[in-house]
Design a protein around this ligand. Structure first.
Ligand code: AHG
Ligand code: MN
Ligand code: MN
Length: 350
């Protein structure tokens, strides 16, 4: 029986009629930089590999205790780890020895993660949220991984905290992996945003969403509205505006998952705004919940690359100089007119 190649191609996902793996796409992009050494290409490729390993683990998450029944040990005799620790270790272990990085930092560690002394050093810096939305794991809801890559600022020796605390506008690359009904890797190196879908049967990411642009007509607003009573007047009024209560705009639907990656991904593809404002529910946390370097800056970079915007309400996220690794900031990210409107309400009422 003849194989219908066209339908096979469209099933896998084609880009201008070609089957494009993530490896080939990254290599093709690298060619537009004549001075590129291939180092960034390899870091991205290692992140894609980490994504596959984490995806295979997360899809078996509920089985961990069953398979590791002998007192929390799995069949290889290793201790069964919590998934966010596992994801953290996978990303670290794939990147610690390659000679491409000067330093790493992870949401799971208080301080920077130095490259072990016996491994060579490189000129890049990798920051990551190994498992975002991890409170959703136990209830089988989408989770993700977020990554941010910079060039080191310091010269020579091992990378330092200063290398990790850079403005988002200096990002070399950023992206996320979403472990959803399918696993996707979405990233940008400053040449648009591109999405790849994992074919789990062969373990390969294929280009499925080239050059993602936020749709001009937004559909959703996304916020934890359960905390409304703790919001500022500006944020409350902004939310009413999104709901169309003043009749100047059409109401948007509310969607909120509670995994930044999943909420961001949906709004990137469907249009809308995601926000986690400052609130007063915890008096020690008046700056919002999400972390600048691990969550807000990489998502802001992707949003801008896709034709959107991201602000704290008063300042462009990508212009913020981080002062600490785990610094939290308010964020409003999505379609430009919706983000602009948030700034207007905050300026007028807060
Ligand atoms: P993490 O799992 O990496 O700690 O991040 C959780 C974050 C983010 O993913 C999500 O958008 C937010 O927490 C949800 O917070 P609320 O439950 O307060 O809405
Ligand atoms: Mn997170
Ligand atoms: Mn996390």
């Amino acid at each position: 029986m003849a194989i219908n190649v066209d339908s096979a191609v469209s099933e896998i996902g084609s880009y201008t009629g070609k089957i494009v793996t993530i490896e080939r796409f990254i290599l093709d992009q690298q060619r537009s930089y004549p001075d590129a050494t291939g180092t960034l290409t390899n870091i991205l490729y290692d992140i894609a590999l980490a994504a596959k390993i984490i995806a295979s683990k997360t899809t078996r998450a509920g089985l961990a205790d069953i398979l590791g029944s002998a007192g929390k040990e799995n069949v290889q005799g290793e201790v069964v780890q919590k998934l966010d620790e596992y994801a953290d270790q996978i990303i670290f272990k794939l990147n610690d020895h390659t000679g491409r990085l000067a330093v790493m930092a992870s949401e799971e560690h208080e301080g920077i993660i130095p490259i072990p002394a016996h491994f060579p050093l490189g000129s890049y810096v990798l920051l990551y949220d190994p498992l975002d939305g991890s409170s959703n794991i136990d209830v089988n809801v989408s989770i993700g991984t977020i990554f941010a890559i910079y060039k080191r600022k310091t010269e020579g020796g091992r990378g330092t905290l200063e290398d990790c605390l850079q403005k988002g506008r200096d990002l070399i690359a950023a992206g996320y992996v979403i472990y959803g009904s399918s696993t996707m890797l979405v990233y940008s190196t400053g040449q648009g945003v591109h999405g790849f879908t994992l074919d789990p049967t062969i373990g390969e990411f294929f280009l499925s969403h080239p050059n993602i642009r936020i749709p001009a007509t937004p559909k959703f607003y996304s916020v934890n509205q359960g905390y409304e009573q703790f919001w500022s007047e500006g944020v409350k009024r902004y939310t009413e505006w999104l709901q169309g209560k003043d009749k100047t705009a059409k109401p948007l639907s509310l969607r909120y998952i509670g995994s930044l990656v999943a909420d961001f991904h949906r709004n990137l593809l469907s249009g809308g705004v995601y926000y986690y404002p400052a609130d007063s529910k915890d008096p020690t946390q008046t700056t919002g919940k999400l972390r600048l370097v691990y969550e807000c800056a990489p998502m802001a970079f992707l949003a801008e690359q896709a034709g959107g915007a991201a602000t704290t309400g008063t300042e462009r996220i990508l212009d913020m100089q981080p002062t600490a690794l785990h610094q939290r900031v308010p964020i409003f990210v999505g379609n430009i007119p919706l983000v602009t409107k948030a700034k207007e309400f905050i300026r007028e009422f807060d």
